[in-house]
Design a protein around this ligand. Sequence first.
Ligand code: FMN
Length: 164
Amino acid sequence: MARRLLIVWHSATGGTRHMADAAAQGASSEAALAVVLRHAAQATAADILNADGYIFATPENLASMAGVTKDFFDRTYYAALDRVNGRPYASLICAGSDGQAAARQLARIATGWRLRPVAPPLIVCTNAQTPAAIAAPKQIAEPDLQRCHDLGAAIAAGLVEGIF
Ligand SMILES: Cc1cc2nc3c(=O)[nH]c(=O)nc-3n(C[C@H](O)[C@H](O)[C@H](O)COP(=O)(O)O)c2cc1C
């Protein structure tokens, strides 16, 4: 059966969505891999259990991962505990100016699941800090999209080659 990469994402103004899409595109270069993109509100414990590796993509809100992303982990954490040990994961964080707190929080949850990080958190800052800039639709610069694409390609290659 084809190996499966699950990308769980949430985005309010588009930045994280562009990052997750770029990672999915990169991962899709591996024809032997099934790439599943799920919005965090729709993702379930079954999605987690049925995947061989993960990319978690979230905005940072109020020095935390976005509430929708947190709710996804709240709903799935105990159903997946001790059933996903050792599987690889990477994280994508879209932030206005920081992103470290969301990255740390996500890493702690992944550590609880005994997942294996395959890369440092990939943080992109959109420089949104005023109310107008925060509310505006976000574009992600091409070099940052390329980094997301490359991360998706790398985790996909590792899954297909059996490195992870
Ligand atoms: C309620 C709220 C709180 C935010 N808090 C932070 C924060 O703590 N640190 C930060 O770097 N950016 C913060 N931001 C900025 C967002 O991370 C930024 O706008 C990002 O581009 C959102 O991602 P998205 O376009 O995928 O929704 C906040 C935005 C909102 C709406």
